[in-house]
Design a protein around this ligand. Structure first.
Ligand code: ZN
Length: 243
């Protein structure tokens, strides 16, 4: 599955569960729901950080390439440790622990939001194997901008308790998505058995022309349907204070 499919489906899923989540699990405001949606989209490609050629490894130039190499080694290769219940637990626990420290929280936001942007806005394209080139500079600039936004968000006074929940949703949606492909997912890693609930290896053309546009429609529909819940509140917060 391609990065945009994972990121979009994770964002759509987070928006879809935002209202019940706000009622039963963790209170959300329109602003924190928006943060959660972007973080979930980024967490939606986080499991593929075990693969040096996938989108996450290319998000921040040499920084993310080194991180992907390390995670790949720790997780035993592509679609092993990161694509399992243990992998999910580790990343969600890290995100939960990160909410206790502003720097760790900023780093988590930096990673997830940066990945989300990189998955949906694939310019410049990933460089081919091998030497460093101008695309690594673009990756580093992207990393710096993402770091600035993450820093600002941490100091914005918003309740960032949403972050681990968003990571959990995005991460699980990725594993469910991969479970629908031919290769399947070894949910019970280190046990080697792979589980598959469908085998829709869509191929890049179908994914680009059908799945990704359908997800954009889903995103628009979810925003439209949930608008009465958050629209007026958001408009109210954005209104300039008069007098
Ligand atoms: Zn994957």
């Amino acid at each position: 599955m391609m990065g945009p499919t994972h990121a979009l489906s994770a964002g759509v899923a987070f928006l879809a569960v935002a209202t019940p989540m706000s009622h039963y699990v963790h209170h959300l405001t329109p602003a924190t729901a928006a943060v959660g949606t972007v973080v979930a989209a980024g967490a939606g490609i986080l499991p593929d950080f075990d693969h040096r050629q996938a989108t996450p490894a290319r998000a921040f130039g040499p920084l993310s390439a080194a991180l992907a190499w390390t995670i790949g080694k720790l997780a035993g290769g592509h679609r092993h440790g990161t694509h399992s219940i243990i992998g999910t637990g580790v990343f969600v626990a890290l995100a939960a622990a990160a909410t206790l420290n502003p720097w760790a929280l900023a780093a988590t936001l930096w990673l997830c939001m940066g990945l989300a942007v990189r998955a949906l806005w694939k310019h410049p394209p990933n460089r081919p194997n091998g030497k460093l080139d101008y695309r690594d500079v673009a990756g580093l600039i992207h990393a710096a901008i993402a770091a600035y936004i993450a820093y600002q968000l941490v100091h914005s006074g918003l309740d960032m308790g949403v972050v681990p929940w968003a990571v959990a949703v995005g991460y699980l949606v990725h594993l469910i998505g991969d479970s629908m492909t031919e290769m399947g997912v070894n949910w019970l890693w280190p046990h080697p058995r792979r589980y598959r609930i469908a085998s829709i290896d869509t191929g890049k053309t179908v994914e680009k022309r059908v799945v990704v546009p359908a997800l954009y429609v889903g995103l628009a529909a979810t925003v439209y349907l949930t608008y009465p819940k958050w629209g007026p509140v958001l408009l109210h917060t954005l209104q300039p204070t008069t007098g």
